[in-house]
Design a protein around this ligand. Structure first.
Ligand code: ADP
Ligand code: F6P
Length: 324
């Protein structure tokens, strides 16, 4: 154990994700196990810049494991991108006695974590985002809960689409990545899945499968579109005009970010939060805890940020075969 670390700070930043509370809880409890104090920093990097920092005990995380969102609140803090403010944040952390910090968020938040480390505050980043778009990690906390929420919603939309013999075009989140769309689409038996990672054309990839289904007597279909492609309202109108099949668009929106985390998210978040603390106590810094080959491990922040995550081509191909 590295005796330099007596107090650990923890914050959540960027979009919230189900399981962030499980990660915070693990940071607090594993620290308590080692006799290390934890300071909770509110509203992402805002709380660090404005001193919104309070001690957390094992009791402050009771009854939080099953709750969606983040008990520390989260925010996007543009002023933290300025170097002067990053330096000021490190000074403020020192005033509160913080010797190391765990940042839970997406890759934007990780850039902030890297900056903190460069200015002298040991930092560990933990991937928490529904998008599953962190390059160095096979998995991000919140993804599984989000997929299950999308699955429930699309199953419900299918009930009404089938009853009315309609085509439903559904937009799911994911920022520039198509992970939510491809996995939820496969899980829901979507007829068409459009992701930004794969080239597509309206005539070939949307119209043709719907018309072919129609000629076989099938009138209802489900089209899942990643938000990186967007345009679902116009797409539904065009499908209706060109096929004669009544069509409706649904943008699932922020419902995808809420809800009680699944077992997978609770366990992965707990493992990642625990490892983040152990790494700081071993004197490590500037690391991202991540999943590699289904195991929780860690990688250098700069290396992790430089990696390029690729949406498995087999999934895109499989989705096409399954929709025949
Ligand atoms: P996410 O962490 O989910 O990717 P954002 O990209 O919105 O979300 O980033 C969250 C926050 O991380 C930003 O509001 C900002 O405070 C911080 N951040 C993002 N990019 C940088 C950067 N290049 N340098 C320092 N801080 C950053
Ligand atoms: O990164 C998580 C995410 O939900 C993305 O999927 C989406 O593009 C974005 O955040 C939405 O952000 P906001 O909450 O600011 O609307």
């Amino acid at each position: 154990m590295n005796n330099d670390i007596r107090t650990i700070g923890v914050l959540t930043s960027g979009g919230d994700a189900p399981g962030m509370n499980a990660a915070i809880r693990a940071v607090v409890r594993v620290s308590a196990y080692h006799g290390v104090r934890v300071m909770g920093i509110k509203r992402g990097y805002n709380g660090l810049l404005h001193g919104e920092i309070e001690e957390m005990t094992s009791r402050s995380v009771s009854n939080t494991l099953q709750r969606g969102g983040t008990i520390l609140q989260t925010a996007r803090c543009l002023e933290f991108k300025e170097e002067e403010n990053q330096r000021r944040a490190v000074e403020i952390a020192k005033v509160f006695g913080i010797d190391g910090i765990v940042v839970i968020g997406g890759d934007g938040s990780f850039r902030g974590a890297k900056a903190l480390c460069e200015h002298g505050l040991p930092t560990i980043a933990l991937p928490g985002t529904i998008d599953n778009d962190i390059d160095c990690s096979e998995y991000t906390v919140g993804y599984d809960t989000c997929l299950n929420t999308v699955k429930d919603a699309v199953d419900k939309i299918r009930d009404t689409a089938a009853s009315h013999e309609r085509c439903s075009v559904i937009e799911v989140m994911g920022r520039a990545a198509g992970y939510i769309a491809i996995q939820a689409g496969i899980a829901c038996g979507a007829d068409v899945i459009l992701v930004p990672e794969s080239k597509w054309s309206f005539d070939e990839d949307v119209l043709r499968p719907i018309l072919e289904s129609k000629s076989r007597g099938k009138k209802n279909s489900i089209i899942v579109v990643a938000e990186g492609i967007g345009g679902v309202i116009d797409m539904a109108k065009e499908i209706e005009e060109k096929t004669g099949i009544e069509s409706r668009a649904t943008i699932l929106g922020h419902v995808q970010r809420g809800g009680s985390p699944t077992v997978r998210d609770r366990v992965v978040a707990s493992e990642m939060g625990g490892l983040a603390v152990e790494l700081l106590l071993e004197g490590k810094q500037n690391r991202i805890v991540c999943m590699k080959d289904h195991k929780i491990t860690d990688v250098d922040i700069a290396e992790g940020l430089a990696m390029k995550k690729v949406l498995p081509h087999q999934l895109i191909e499989l989705a096409k075969k399954l929709s025949v």
